[in-house]
Design a protein around this ligand. Structure first.
Ligand code: FNR
Length: 184
């Protein structure tokens, strides 16, 4: 039975390196995982006052995350942390109190940057929130992918075979990680 994985990209940019990386990761995943991109661009900034009548984008986002088995986060680093749009999506999914759509879902984090440190700060700030959200985050391999502006060809395809092998390793490990938490 395929496990359903929501893919959340922490960048809204059309030519996003992170979105390209998300596609490259999916292409290298083993059998048994079914991926769907869940978009965060239309979510309003979280406002607790809106819980009385949540807007359609909020409801649709929560409904998209609730049934999945796992989540793959692929995110840039903004000012040594995760982008605000990603934090906002975490917040939207976490409420109303006691009805978080994230609880218990295994996840993996891949951070991607043109810089040398590969979004380490973003990756680990995200992990801090995931502890509170009760999402077991894959530990190994750690995935901080730097110099990402050099990794893709003009069509947006991964052009570096060594990185391709690393992505395959991440996705094999993620498949095993999801299996550990699967309800039999
Ligand atoms: C950045 N960028 C960046 N890069 C990094 O390695 N560490 C950082 O702290 C930051 N900070 C930062 C803040 C803001 C507001 C922007 C817009 C950008 C650069 C960033 O990694 C680069 O723009 C990536 O290309 C963003 O990812 P996408 O959009 O290509 O997926």
């Amino acid at each position: 039975m395929a496990r359903n994985v929501a893919v959340i990209v922490g960048s809204l940019r059309k030519e996003s390196l992170n979105r390209k990386m998300a596609h490259a990761l999916i292409e290298r995943a083993p059998e048994g995982l079914a991926f769907s991109f869940v978009e965060i661009r239309d979510l309003p900034l979280y406002n607790q006052d809106d819980e009385a009548a949540p807007d359609a984008a909020t409801v649709a986002f929560r409904d998209a995350i609730r049934p999945v088995d796992a989540v793959l986060f692929v995110t840039p680093e903004y000012n040594r942390s995760m982008p605000g749009v990603l934090k906002n999506a975490l917040d939207v999914g976490s409420r109303p109190y006691g009805q978080s759509v994230w609880s218990g879902k295994p996840c993996a984090i891949v951070s991607v940057s043109p810089g040398a440190t590969g979004g380490f700060g973003s990756n680990h700030h995200l992990r801090q929130s995931l502890v509170f959200l009760d999402m077991p985050a894959m530990q190994q391999p750690e995935a901080y992918i730097g110099h990402a502006d050099k990794l893709f060809d003009a069509e947006g395809k991964l052009a570096n075979p060594d990185t391709g092998k690393f992505l395959a390793r991440i996705m094999h490990a993620f498949t095993a990680w999801i299996g550990r938490f699967a309800v039999k």
